[in-house]
Design a protein around this ligand. Sequence first.
Ligand SMILES: [Zn+2]
Length: 692
Amino acid sequence: MLTAAADGPRAAQAAPAAKQWWIDEPIRMALFLYNQYQAPADTDAFVQNLVDLNANAVVLPTAGIAAYYPTKIPFHTIAPSVPAGRDLVGEIVRKCHARGIYVVGRFEWTVNQDKKVVEAHPDWLQRDVNGASPPWNDTYLMCVNGGYMQEHIFKIMNEVLSRYPLDGMFFNYGGGQRNVFGPCQCSNCKTLYNTKYGKAPPTQFDPQYLEFMTDCAATLAARIRAFAKSKNANINFMVGNDADSTNSETHGAPIAEAHAFWLYDASETVNRARAAKPDRMQFNNDSAFLDGRWRYAHRSSAEGEIRAYQNMANGAGPYLFVNGPADQFDQNGEKGARPAFKFHKDHEELYVRQENAARVLLLDEPGMSLAQILARFGGVATHADGNPPGNGGFGYRDSTELGSGMENTKTHLSGFFRLLTENHIPFVLSKDLSWIEKEPDRYDVVISSKGAPAALDGYLRQGGRVLVAGAVKPELELPPVVKLWKRKETLAAYWRLQDSKLLPSLADTKLMFFYSDYLELEPRGKSALTLVPPTKVNPMEMVGEGMQETSKPGLYVSEYGKGKLTYIPWDLGDLYYRASAVHHSTLFSDLMDDLLPSGRQIRTNAHPMLQITIQQQKREKRTLVHFVNLSGASQVAYHPAIPMSGIQVEMKGAFGSARMVSSSRELPIRRMPGYTSFTLPTLDTYDVVVLT
Ligand SMILES: [Zn+2]
């Protein structure tokens, strides 16, 4: 009968795509990263804890630096805490599957702790400039081009995948290598580098070497992917460019490096990732530890809640990452995860295939490659490659070893991220502009935080609306450059406000602060902002002496083909990130209204510390309005959110119903021209309103 059916007309139809659990099901992931001395001998309790947390997927320490099962492969050390005769991976996989929990095996290949490896396989090791391979933290650094990573790990993976029906694979360090010595000088690397570039590898990181390492890691990842899929076709492979899903981490404000506090880290990560790869899930974890050097001490539970809810509001699920034994040193790790895991489980149908429905694009910038990131984490990064953090963060630069996060090199972008969020203008964060050809009406406004690519010229000419900021000349048609003012030349300078029609919210403001690089262009008509050059700041009796008016423009607003261009030729984004001058937010808000003649997507009385996102589930024909209450954040502290009430929302579009998910209440709606309004009566930390 089966044969007959297969031969029948139904066989001619395309087979339904295999369900990809990581994106077609609502997933709540957990990683309990015990070290090799802390493995959970009580596997019942370990799995029960996952159940109690409402997790339905776990990233499980499996193999690599330490094996948590009785491996037969040489140079693969069994974790000393695995009890004799026991197979912890096997037990946990079986018990997890019995409780409906997916298991992603966690591997790391960057180091080997077997001391015999040095003599047995010297070609596996990375070499420093002297050809030596000194131990690093009592382990040996494996080279991505050596026999271990090129061949031996396949034996280990074959053993694992033959024994255990894993649902996914994750590699710490992404399949790259730890660059403790700087560029590896082993014979394999030397040969490969010479073949490709006709010279020896450099002794310091440079762009060509990073390209080399990126290619080496990508080639290996592709081989591993093919191998893993040959063993298990529906495995969630979380490594490399062709990953099925991607792992990322949200950290707080690190202690021992100059990384900045960033309230919107989880939102930024997930917004960007889901926009770039709609068919790939982003597993962005709440790295509950304070810093890579204090892995057993946790952020506040309120901070953990925020991170999980930001994931959910941007199209992903909650994901907790804690270090240490099953009996945690600090319960704030799990405590911060529980509320979001519970909410997600109770309403899990809302968290599948969400797509960002925002009508504004914030143009993203290229990110760092894996090799670039790893080069910074090798103990060789001795200088900051970004601006100082600007706000928050501990500010010390006391360690270059892998810690938590990196400095913010895109403060201009972060400033616009916050301006948009605080002004309740939902947006997509993406660097993709391919939609201009295919779907030119996809966005109402495109924002570029620093300069603008030439691709926006055509978009503008056919009717697009664009807001550009920064002292980097946009690749657009603009008046000639007169002068690039460096930031320090603008110390004590102002903008004179000249146009209360364009900027009605600033009608009672005459001078506005600014302090940044400024690209002076030839005036074209009268600008709404004109430069007031620096004046005397001391003594008080002479403050402002010599104040001059100029026609040097601080703003261009003009028709551009069929479209409209607004150009702020100074660094509004960076300035807002650092100083948050209220008039800069007001300026931005008025300029957005000018660019949106038919109105914003959301009109609301919501407090700026309430983050609102809009997602859609096309298959279910519904729109989700997410509310994340960030009012508990104060500098680097996260306190519990202050409850809010009476949040009125006018949402563009015609909807027939609004359901408040936490209370299952139908909210009264009111239809008005172009909009549907509802009021969220109360808000604790998070809620969703489902519009249909
Ligand atoms: Zn090497």
